[in-house]
Design a protein around this ligand. Structure first.
Ligand code: GTP
Length: 597
């Protein structure tokens, strides 16, 4: 296809504003997929994605569109992940296209996430087409939302297309706008090959599939290509496009988007953002701005049933095969036995992986407190990255500790602003900015990442009844008064519960932890002290008193089935517990104890 008849775009939207529905409608109305093949939400294939209403892996589709001017265009849509954890993937896929549809739910308005993604689109030099969706709903307020888009984002929204992705109203106008307003790609077919590695994933039938955007040159089947970051060379075996099903093509030229397979063993060997060129006639310079995504949140994953360790290893290895941003290494804990220390891009990424292990592989897990990476500066001038509070070096050798900070942007209706400010203040936040756009406030805070990784989203949602939206970016490291707090149950330290906290908040957190644990740990035949300590100093203490009666005592031995049931129930309850010394701690204690109120 000649460049003038190609349009490449992505859709920027907040979760639930209708990105997938709109994409489906564009695919369907152009006849790319026959109606009878149209499954609900073509673009969100994975169950978990659908269930959580998020899109994780970038997907793409090529649409042939006959425009009103009688000419046929190739429209390539790249679906971007919607969540902050995947910000780097978003920025990559944005650089693979020239424009975006900015979809805003006309019953809701602009959200923090929309903003973050819009800025990425603007950074990538995109032309933006504002689209107001869900106009079929009575609560739709197009004029107000258009005005808000102008106020908050600063782009002209007077001509925003009014759409109902549900009924199909506005879809022809959207397709025409893509052709009329988005620039055609540029590139030189005669120049050496320069292609962007936009995404890659493992397909059990094809092996590693690589999504590419050709900048210059021509990519053909049989070509020997080189990944410029790691220098590896591969022979291209298959080449094709998504309609949205895979369809083979002979070659891909400038401006085109498609996939290749090239006997690549694992997804890890393909770095998103890398430049692909011909091995024999390479281009001079790689594409700018390559930056691998690095895990920022770490936690331990242990099987509840220690005999499932090998199953867990297999599950983790399989998941890692298709997710280069998920890292893991084996870990042993005195209390939890064998497990893995895993690194994630963020909390949501953590939850998705944990859910998949539990659901797809049917392994019950104990998840230890999520932790960020601290920089521990030693007195001898060296710095040690600390991924696990359990590995905290002896304090006498430590000079100071630095922690990662984020810049968080929160959009919230006026009436909840006070609660949001209090929440951020409680989490050691420093307010950077506060502005208004209509009846909503936009607050920007500098926050320690460790105060956000655990339950910040949940708290934010609950104090604002779900009306706030949140987005963040990493801001670098800063020194603070951080200490390791240990939890001792029956005088034994439970590593999985130890955490790094700010000195000024340690007493409060310690007290809250021991109180929660006292509720969560069942009574035993003996008295159990539960303590929080910093170094050798106990800062909080509770005592769980001993159980007085045998649970079956009140059955009088008469009702045998009842007695049996009770014992079975006890046994089932036991399954979810782990023994620490002589004490059984239920799995839920590891998570619940860490939630702050
Ligand atoms: P993620 O894929 O999770 O990022 O969400 P999304 O932005 O793709 O949203 P999705 O397309 O899944 O739509 C969210 C919800 O809004 C779904 O229940 C859709 O059926 C509904 N929806 C989407 N477009 C419209 C519309 O035009 N009108 C109405 N009434 N509902 C819509």
């Amino acid at each position: 296809t000649d460049l003038a008849h190609i349009r490449n775009f992505s859709i920027v939207a907040h979760i639930d504003h209708g990105k997938s529905t709109l994409a489906d409608r564009l695919i369907q109305s152009t006849g790319t997929v026959q109606d009878r093949d149209m499954k609900e939400q073509m673009l969100d294939a994975m169950d978990i994605e659908r269930e959580r209403g998020i899109t994780i892996k970038a997907n793409t589709v090529r649409i042939d569109y006959k425009a009103q001017n009688g000419e046929t265009y190739v429209l390539n849509l790249i679906d971007t992940p919607g969540h902050v954890d995947f910000a780097y993937e978003v920025s990559r896929s944005m650089r693979a296209v020239e424009g975006s549809l900015l979809v805003v739910d006309s019953t809701q308005g602009v959200e923090a996430q929309t903003l973050a993604n819009v800025y990425q689109a603007i950074d990538a030099g995109h032309e933006l087409i504002p689209v107001l969706n869900k106009i079929d709903l009575p609560a739709s307020e197009c004029d107000r939302v258009a005005e808000q888009i102008e106020d908050v984002i600063g782009i002209d929204a007077s001509g925003a297309i009014r759409v109902s992705a549900k009924t199909g109203v506005g879809i022809p106008e959207t397709l025409e706008a893509i052709v009329a307003h988005l620039p055609a790609p540029t590139g030189d077919a005669n120049a050496p090959l320069k292609a962007m590695l936009v995404d890659s994933w493992y397909d059990s039938y094809l092996g590693v599939v690589v999504l590419v955007r050709i900048m210059d040159g021509i990519l053909k089947k049989g070509d020997r290509v080189r990944m410029m970051q790691n220098g590896s060379v591969h022979g291209v075996e298959r080449i094709g496009v998504f309609r949205p099903k895979m369809e083979k093509v002979e070659s891909l030229g400038p401006g085109e988007i498609g996939f290749i397979t090239a006997s690549i063993k694992q997804v890890r060997d393909t770095k998103v953002g890398d430049t692909i060129t011909h091995d024999k006639a390479p281009c001079d310079t790689p594409l700018p701005g390559f930056k691998p995504s690095v895990p920022v949140v770490f936690c331990g994953l242990f099987p509840v049933d220690s005999s499932e360790f090998e199953d867990l290893r297999e599950a983790i290895e399989k998941l890692a095969l298709n997710d280069a941003s998920f890292s893991y290494e084996m870990e042993t804990s005195a209390a939890l036995g064998f497990g893995f220390r895993c690194g994630f891009l963020g909390l949501l990424h953590l939850e998705v992986i944990r859910d998949r292990i539990e659901r797809e592989y049917d392994i019950e897990l104990i998840t230890t407190a999520p932790s960020v990476i601290y920089h521990v500066f030693m007195k001898d001038g060296t710095m040690e990255p600390l991924h696990n509070p359990a590995d905290m070096p002896d304090l006498t050798y430590v000079d100071h500790i630095e922690e990662p900070r984020i810049k968080a942007t929160i959009l919230v209706p006026d009436e909840y602003l006070g609660d949001v400010l209090k929440l951020c203040q409680d989490r050691r936040g420093i307010q950077l900015d506060l502005t208004y756009a209509g009846s909503r406030a936009m607050v920007v805070y500098d926050l320690p990442l460790n105060e956000v990784v655990f339950d910040f989203y949940d708290r934010l949602k609950s104090v604002t009844k779900g009306y706030a939206s949140f987005d963040y970016q990493m801001e670098g490291y800063r020194e603070d008064l951080l200490v390791k707090m240990s939890i001792l149950v029956n005088d034994e330290p439970v590593d999985a519960l130890s955490m790094m906290v700010h000195r000024d908040r340690a007493d409060m957190r310690g007290r809250a932890m021991v109180e929660k644990l006292k509720e969560l740990i069942p009574r035993h035949m003996f008295k159990i002290p539960i303590q929080a300590a910093i170094g050798g100093k106990v800062i909080a203490r509770e005592t769980l008193s001993a159980m007085r009666k045998d649970v079956t005592a009140k059955c009088y031995g008469g009702d045998a089935t009842r007695k049996k049931k009770l014992l079975e129930k006890q046994k089932a309850g036991k399954k979810k517990m782990r023994q620490f010394g002589k004490v059984d701690i239920p799995q839920e204690a590891f998570i619940s104890a860490l939630k702050m109120d």
